[in-house]
Design a protein around this ligand. Structure first.
Ligand SMILES: Cc1ncc(COP(=O)(O)O)c(C=O)c1O
Length: 412
């Protein structure tokens, strides 16, 4: 007999620590009282810490007033959240927001938006979206097609449209790929400022972003910054792209916008991207649950906590401390290639060890670390992204457990 633990999944999943019934601060608590230290904020989602009742209250109040309203029409929290984002979070000249349910939907929308921009200007040939290897932009067919997570694409190739790929760290390769693809057919270039699931916390060399932005400008190719993991303070700044001297044309965010309390993602674009679309009377289709009022209420409550408690600044300082501690604890291990990252998005690249094994060994010690990697071409790695309220004591425990787990798996 299959256990009920597998009923909510189509196929068996890795062993769980038990049924998670409650969460508070940086801990997840099971039905048997086991406490798991959440060193990855789930899937790099939670930022303000678990169990903040202010958010639950805001969502409950929204839902007492309204359930479902078609995304075409304003609701109080849709209006308040979009205004709050434009006023406090988005770059100048970004004055409009589209809401979706998660990161894949938002990236899918960004692809359609880029295509619609060119189409609306009469540039009908432009449709290709250049992605990097490795990268991860989601699991819809379009986001898998533009992404470079080879393990998650496995077997699906016949369903995926062909889009050019470039190595994640070579700016020169982008110009060459645009030329090879025929520049008049390229719509956009998409990238994560700090790579997440596919290559934990990989960051390209200094000047990479300035160079790729210049190349894209030269060829009339739009830049899409996938800030699904890096957005909303995770890297110590509002957005991951802000560590370098460039601004994307289109931005995509999810996870941190609600800290996981409610499902919501967003796409925004500069006025320059939107104006031709508006002038041509075009638009992009919404999703049924785009900008659910209760989800927007949750996002607003989370962002207010993030802002009032200066958690973005905390990500920068605690992250720098945690990076140094990880470096000291595991940087010299023969199975570790690199310790890296920015803010509280840190990675340990492994050599010859499977991230799933190290993660399982850490979970045996009641610490959840996110397993990263994207197939045989790229080393596996561990991704650390605790809630931004993580304490020094918790950082020490995460680092100690990571070191023990690596040592245990390496010794097998
Ligand atoms: C950078 C990035 N983009 C997109 C996605 C897909 O988001 P979702 O799983 O919410 O669809 C993820 C998920 O991990 C991600 O890390």
């Amino acid at each position: 007999m299959e256990s009920a633990h597998h009923r909510f999944s189509l196929t068996p999943q890795p062993a769980s620590p038990g049924t998670i019934v409650r969460a508070e601060g940086c801990e997840l608590i099971t039905d048997t009282g086991r406490r798991i230290l959440d060193a990855a904020g789930g899937a790099v989602v939670n930022n303000i810490g678990h169990g903040r009742s202010e958010v639950a209250d805001a969502v409950a109040e929204a839902m007492r007033n309204l359930d479902y309203v078609i995304p075409l029409w304003p609701t109080p929290n849709r209006l308040a959240l979009s205004q709050h984002l434009v006023d406090n979070w988005l770059p100048d000249e970004f004055e409009h927001v589209f809401f979706a349910g998660g990161g894949s939907e938002a990236n899918d929308t960004a692809i359609r938006l880029a295509r619609m921009h060119h189409l609306s200007r009469g540039d009908e040939q432009r449709y290709k979206v250049i992605g990097r290897v490795p990268s991860y932009h989601g699991s819809t067919l379009a986001t898998l097609a533009i992404g470079g997570h080879m393990a998650r694409r496995d077997g699906l190739d016949p369903l995926l449209g062909e889009h050019p790929k470039v190595p994640w760290d070579k700016a020169d390769a982008l110009a060459a790929a645009i030329e090879a693809a025929d520049p008049s057919t390229v719509a956009a270039f998409i990238a994560e400022p700090v790579i997440g699931a596919s290559g934990p916390a990989l960051m390209p060399p200094i000047d990479y972003w300035v160079q790729v932005a210049a190349v894209c400008r030269e060829y009339g190719v739009l830049t899409i910054s996938d800030e699904v993991m890096t957005g909303f303070g995770r890297t110590g700044r509002q957005w991951g792209f802000q560590h370098d001297e460039w601004t994307p044309d289109i931005m995509v965010a999810a996870k941190g916008i609600t800290g996981g309390y409610t499902p919501l993602s967003m796409v925004s674009a500069s006025n320059q991207v939107l104006e031709p679309i508006i002038a041509a009377g075009n638009s992009v289709m919404f999703f049924t649950y785009s900008g659910h009022d209760a989800s927007c209420a949750g996002a607003l409550a989370v962002l207010r906590i993030l802002e009032a408690e200066n958690l973005m600044e905390r990500a920068a300082t605690v992250g720098a401390d945690m990076l140094a501690k990880l470096q000291a604890a595991v940087g010299g291990h023969e199975a570790v290639v690199e310790v890296r990252g920015r803010g509280l998005m840190l990675g340990v690249e492994l050599d010859g060890l499977a991230s799933a094994d190290v993660v399982a060994a850490a979970l045996d010690r009641d610490v959840w670390i996110y397993p990263g990697g994207s197939g045989p071409a790229v080393n596996d790695g561990l991704l650390f992204a605790p809630p931004l309220v993580v304490t020094d004591t918790q950082v020490d425990r995460i680092v100690a457990v990571a070191a023990e787990a690596i040592a245990e798996v390496a010794s097998r």
